[in-house]
Design a protein around this ligand. Sequence first.
Ligand code: ADP
Ligand code: MG
Ligand code: MG
Length: 210
Amino acid sequence: DESVQREALVAAVENVAARIESEKSHLTDLDSAIGDADHGNNMHRGFQAVAEKTDEFEGMDVDELVKTIGTTIIGNVGGAAGPLYGGSIMTASQELEGGITAETSVAFAEAYLEKVKDRGDAPVGAKTMVDALTPAVHTYKKSIEHDDLPPLTALAKAVDAAERGVNFTVPLRASKGRASFLGWRSVGHQDPGATSTLFILEEILDTASE
Ligand code: ADP
Ligand code: MG
Ligand code: MG
């Protein structure tokens, strides 16, 4: 029922906001190596704003609630990450009309990935959030649709895949985003946006496991 899902979403928002807060300087350090040292602050500002809105979530359908998360991120994160995270959440929220099920969660994940790729035009291997997101979404979809696993198990596998994706960004030469301005000097550094994507997925998994 939607009120249970709404409560779970509020808990997820709070957990993600707390995690981003505790990782703020970590994310900024990663961005200072290959960007402009603002990713931690950008994400923190955005998720604080979302966490402050949870009162307004009461009475919303889950698709509307998730859409509001997206628009709040667009309005508060800024940089490259704001429209990528916020715009993609906003668009993908349409898939959650009628609530969250195994099926609609797969549709949401796929729509989110598609929108990130549309907007940012980064293929896998460009050293961006796409490198964490793509294996996570593919693993989630396959685990549910092909292996018939329960959503929680599928999500745990997706988090593992995202973690491998984050590690995969380290040796890459960036070809999208600010890090690409560094050319070969971007090699050997972990991508900040792939890292924040992993943190968010870890917190969603933790919330769903409770
Ligand atoms: P900015 O680079 O504008 O300062 P942030 O520091 O908040 O924005 O976010 C940087 C992150 O955004 C990068 O680490 C990368 O993961 C992601 N990113 C940048 N450009 C793109 C893109 N074109 N497609 C996908 N992700 C991107
Ligand atoms: Mg930056
Ligand atoms: Mg910036």
